[in-house]
Design a protein around this ligand. Sequence first.
Ligand code: HEM
Length: 257
Amino acid sequence: MARESLIGRMNRKVFGYLASRFPPTPWADLTRRTVETVQRQVPRSHAEKYELKTIWYWYPLYCLGGIAFVAFIILTITGILLGFYYIPDGTIQFTRGGGVTSAAYNSMNFIMNDVPFGFMIRGLHHWSAHVMIAAVFLHMMRVYFTGTYKKPRELNWLLGVVLLFVTLGFGYTGYVLPANDLSRAAATIGINMTKASPGPVFLGQFLTQLVFGETDPTGFYIIRMYWLHVFILPLVGTLLMILHMALVWIQGVGEPH
Ligand code: HEM
C-alpha cells in the first residue's frame, strides 16, 4: 500500500481532531427540537446513555456559568451608568489639611453623595463583581469535578482559563479606580510586584511601564487601569464569553461521569 504523504497525514490529523470535537450538528433540527430527533450531546450524556433517573441535586451547580454571565450583564449596565460620572484622573492633589485627594476620588464621593441612586448603582456594581468572581471559581470547580474539561471540551476549558484571568483582571483594575487609601495600596502592591518580575531588571521596569504607565505610583496609573477596565477587558471578555457559550451550545453540557 502506498505510504500516505505528509500533507495527507496532517490533513487527517487536523480534520480528525475537528470532526471528533465538532461533529456536524443537525442545525435545521435544532429549531424544531424533539427528544427523538436531536442529538446535541457529544458524546451522549452519562444520564442519557444509561437511562438514569434525574440527578436533580447536581443541577444548581450547572447554573454557575450562567450566574457568572448574568453578573457580567449587571456589571456592564451599572458600569456604563458609573462611567457617566467617574473621572479617571488619579493625579494627587493636596488638601488644605495636608491630606491627599484626586479628581477620581472626588468623583466617587460625588457618585456616593450627590448623584440620585449613585450609591445604589455603585453598590450593585461592587456586589455583582463579588458574585461574578465567586461564580466563576465555583463554575470552574464544577467543570473540574464533573470531569467535563476532558475530550471533547478541552478547548473550552482553555478558553475558560483565559476568561478566569479576564475576570480577575476586571476585579483588580476596578479595585484601584476609587483612588482611596485601599486602592492606592493595591496599586502600589501591583506596581511593586510587576517591577519584581523574574528576569532582568529592565523587564520588570518595562512591564510596569506598559501596564501601569509609570513605575512609581503617582496616580497616573489610573488612566491605564481605567482603559483596561472599561475597554480592553470588556472587549476581550465579551468575545470570549460568546465563543465559550457557543461551544457549550454546539457540544452540549456534559454530565458527571
Ligand atoms: C466569565 C466567565 C465564564 C462564563 C460567563 C462561563 C459561562 C459558561 C456557561 C453558561 C456554561 C454552560 C454550563 C454551565 O453553566 O455550567 C459553561 C460551560 C463550561 N465552562 Fe464556563 N464560563 C466562564 C468561565 C469558565 C472557566 C474559568 C472555566 C475553566 C477554566 C470554564 C470552563 C467551562 C467548560 C469546560 C464548560 C463545558 C462544561 C460542560 O459542558 O459540562 N468556564 N461556561
